[in-house]
Design a protein around this ligand. Structure first.
Ligand code: FES
Ligand code: FES
Length: 206
């Protein structure tokens, strides 16, 4: 995992804002004006998105990235802006239970799909076992990658409730941790999978 992740870290450090077009989009989003790349006129429309089980109406351009809609229009700032070009995984959310790089996903393509963000992991005020395991294992330092890591791990455990260490490493390849917490992240996912397995066994016995 390390060489691939290391190259990802380099890209993130060298190009933290992604391409010029993505920079222009972020510029327009933050300052409400066309960025240095121009901008052009785009048409907004009202669309309904299903996020964390609730319907939300937003007025946005279909080409606007899902990441910026989540953060700017819906106030869901868990998913973070990293490379802006699909390389680092800090923006990871789930769309119909599949891992999705929100920075690269036009919001118009996810209408009618189920979007889940890190804000939708806890239930009834209780941390999800994955969140709890990340805390207990100290699987974060600055925390910038954590939301993306959690969502990628959640997708893995949905498909494979008891992944082996190599399976975890293979699945998490696309998520970069600049702080290098990889061993503890793997340990946290293993701990969560044991907890979820035990909970399922408990439920089955009832
Ligand atoms: S911000 Fe890096 S993959 Fe989306
Ligand atoms: S990037 Fe700092 S904890 Fe992963």
């Amino acid at each position: 995992m390390v060489p691939i992740l290391a190259s990802g870290v380099l890209k993130v450090i060298v190009r933290p804002m992604g391409t010029l077009a993505q920079f222009a989009e972020l510029w327009a989003s933050w300052f409400g004006m066309a960025g240095p790349a121009g901008g052009g006129s785009r048409v907004s429309s009202v669309m309904e998105l299903c996020v964390n089980g609730s319907a939300h109406r937003v007025n946005a351009e279909a080409e606007k990235s899902l990441l910026l809609v989540l953060r700017d229009d819906l106030g869901l700032t868990g998913a973070k802006i990293g490379c802006g070009e699909g390389e680092c995984g800090t923006c990871t959310v789930l769309v119909d239970n599949e891992v999705c790089r929100a920075c690269m996903t036009p919001v118009g393509t996810v209408i009618g799909k189920r979007i889940r963000t890190v804000e939708g992991l806890e239930e009834h005020g209780e941390l999800h076992p994955l969140q709890q395991a990340f805390l207990e294992c100290g699987a974060l330092q600055c925390g910038y990658c954590t939301a993306g890591m959690l969502m990628a791990a959640w997708a893995l455990l949905q498909r494979n409730p008891m992944p082996t260490e190599p399976e975890i490493i293979a699945h998490m390849q696309g998520n970069v941790c600049r702080c290098g917490c990889y061993p503890r992240i793997v340990r946290a996912i293993q701990q969560a999978s044991r907890h979820l397995d035990a909970s399922a066994a408990f439920e089955a016995r009832r």
